[in-house]
Design a protein around this ligand. Structure first.
Ligand SMILES: Nc1ncnc2c1ncn2[C@@H]1O[C@H](COP(=O)(O)OP(=O)(O)OP(=O)(O)O)[C@@H](O)[C@H]1O
Length: 297
């Protein structure tokens, strides 16, 4: 089972918004999609869902184009938060609409999740707070029983407790390898610990497709103190200095080799401590030049 996005392009007013985007996505995977505001994340989702007519390329589910076989559309879930018809309805009424598209919509689970999150089934969608609406969107996604679930900035407006609950639900949901998630975010911290892969969009194109396990297995973040005040040459050559306060250095070395380890230890550092590596550290070190991300706080 797999979903293939193949050379997908979309122009709006003759301007390329997404260009020649290709990637594969299998159930069991949680893929992060990152890129700065306005880079085309939502446009990619709308085009994948055929809400926008693509100018080129296609989406294939198990080898068949979703345009050639519209029934395949129910394998994908995406709720457009900007344009949707839910506003005037009460929460208990929503399954009726979703059942029209998603034949396997699980109404019982939907009601149960509403109750679990203490959402009143009689509330009108538009009267919910931003965070509660995001939560209902997530509950609809999980209840749809679609295989490929696309979430656009799902944590926007959620408080930390709800965010953690949702992240746990996503992780549980992929455990049996029957569902996959594609999650956009402009905040790398939100994806930390959640994604196995990260796609980076820049200038309408897919710039990188990272396997985070690979990237992490090669990288190290160290806190170091040396006797002298100078930053040692080995660090200048191989690391990205994240912080320097007094003689305490925090560095990320993206390709940490035994040779670098030996060179560092030969300098007899006063402090040599490994720190946990965040997604933000990796991006800062890997992509200082080309993300366009402002990572300095
Ligand atoms: N319907 C439309 N008409 C005109 N321009 C559009 C339309 N939809 C998107 N765009 C333009 O395409 C670009 C990409 O927008 P999109 O919403 O896909 O970005 P995004 O990466 O999702 O942004 P954000 O992170 O801010 O949500 C923007 O410059 C936007 O103005």
């Amino acid at each position: 089972m797999t979903l293939q996005v193949k050379q997908l392009s979309k122009q709006i007013d003759k301007r390329p918004i997404i260009e020649d985007i290709s990637f594969e996505w299998a159930p069991g995977e949680i893929i992060g999609l990152v890129g700065r505001n306005g880079v085309g994340k939502t446009t990619l989702f709308r085009t994948m869902m055929n809400h926008y007519v693509a100018n080129g390329g296609e989406v294939l589910v198990d080898g068949t184009s979703t345009l050639a076989k519209p029934a395949l559309q129910q394998r994908l879930f995406f709720l457009d938060t900007q344009y949707n018809f839910l506003n005037n309805y009460r929460l208990w009424e929503l399954p009726d609409f979703f059942k029209l598209v998603y034949g396997k919509f699980d109404q019982e689970r939907y009601m149960q999740l509403l109750a679990d999150f203490k959402l009143n089934r009689n509330s009108q969608y538009r009267r919910l707070s931003k965070g509660m609406r995001a939560l209902v969107n997530m509950i609809l996604a999980l209840s749809s029983n679609a295989t490929y679930i696309i979430l656009d900035e799902p944590f926007d407006g959620m408080d930390v407790i709800v965010r953690e609950n949702i992240a746990t639900m996503i992780i549980d949901e992929v455990a049996d390898q029957e569902k996959g998630f594609l999650i956009s975010s402009h905040d790398l911290n939100e994806l930390d610990g959640l994604s196995d892969r990260v796609l980076l969009l820049k200038d309408a194109k897919l710039l990188h497709d990272y396997n985070l396990e690979d990237v992490r297995s090669k990288a190290k973040k160290l806190q170091l103190v040396f006797n002298g005040k100078e930053i040692p040459a080995v660090l200048k050559a191989h690391s990205q200095v994240i912080r320097a306060s007094g003689r305490v250095l925090v560095v990320v070395i993206t390709d940490y080799t035994p040779e670098i380890d030996q060179e560092l230890r030969a300098l007899h550092p006063v402090l040599f401590e490994e720190l946990p590596l965040t997604l933000e550290d990796l991006f800062r070190a890997n992509l200082a030049h080309d993300t366009g991300y402002q990572l300095i706080k």
